[in-house]
Design a protein around this ligand. Structure first.
Ligand SMILES: Nc1ncnc2c1ncn2[C@@H]1O[C@H](COP(=O)(O)OP(=O)(O)OP(=O)(O)O)[C@@H](O)[C@H]1O
Ligand SMILES: O=C(O)c1ccc[n+]([C@@H]2O[C@H](COP(=O)([O-])O)[C@@H](O)[C@H]2O)c1
Length: 194
């Protein structure tokens, strides 16, 4: 059975933080592959400044094409919106349950709000969660400390976000170093976030 890490994100756009996290998880855990799942509509996010699905997919494709263990996924494109992770997990279990064992990957900010996710107890009962450290405004400790299914990895913090990239790019700053080169080229050619 292959062990697959599912890394859900809006990826608007994918940045070097996302890529480093996906690569760290696949290299330093027992995961065989990481699938980057581009979410059409995250439950708690507004659609403002959100690029179309196929553009966000293309950027994830560009970022990962030279990383054989990282795979972009369109699985949520055909599922109802907003995209609740539990629904996607059920869908993937039906499709691949006999061949693959699925874990989740998320940043620490997502773990802090995880108790608000649809059916989070069910997710936690059935899947391991790998958490990448991140600085968040919310200074409270997360309530899942000590939970055996949650693995907070020891890895260097990266202070980069898609919001920062969109904002600074619009303001005319050079944010090229925060994006994989092929992503920067696509974003620039397509005039995104101007
Ligand atoms: N720098 C980072 N460090 C740790 N986790 C991160 C980082 N950037 C993104 N993540 C995690 O990656 C996943 C997908 O993130 P998302 O696509 O929302 O990116 P984002 O940079 O947080 O975007 P935005 O600024 O638009 O909210 C989430 O689980 C998030 O916690
Ligand atoms: O299932 C939920 O209730 C749920 C609530 C919030 C976020 N998520 C997932 O977490 C992923 C990262 O969330 P976000 O909002 O930080 O982009 C996003 O792609 C969603 O699939 C899922």
């Amino acid at each position: 059975m292959a062990r697959i890490g599912l890394y859900f994100g809006t990826f608007n756009p994918i940045h070097i933080g996302h890529l480093a996290i996906a690569n760290h998880m696949v290299e330093f855990s027992d995961l065989d592959e990481v699938w980057l799942i581009i979410t059409p509509q995250s439950p708690f996010k507004t659609k403002k400044t959100l690029l179309e699905n196929h553009h966000r997919y293309q950027m994830v494709y560009e970022a990962t094409k030279e990383y054989p263990k990282l795979k972009p996924s369109k699985v949520e494109f055909e599922l109802p919106q907003p995209n609740y992770t539990i629904n996607t997990l059920v869908h993937l279990e039906e499709k691949y349950g006999k061949r693959h064992q699925f874990s989740l990957i998320m940043g620490e900010d997502n773990l802090k709000g995880f108790h608000k996710w649809k059916n989070y107890e069910v997710i936690l009962e059935n899947h391991d969660i790998y958490v990448y450290p991140r600085i968040t405004d919310d200074i409270n400790e997360h309530q899942f400390k000590g939970q055996s299914k949650i693995h907070v990895v020891d890895a260097p913090i990266m202070e980069v976000s898609s919001t920062f990239i969109r904002k600074q790019h619009k303001a005319g700053k050079n944010i090229r170093a925060l994006l994989p080169d092929a992503v920067w080229k696509y974003m620039d050619e397509m005039n995104f976030y101007r």
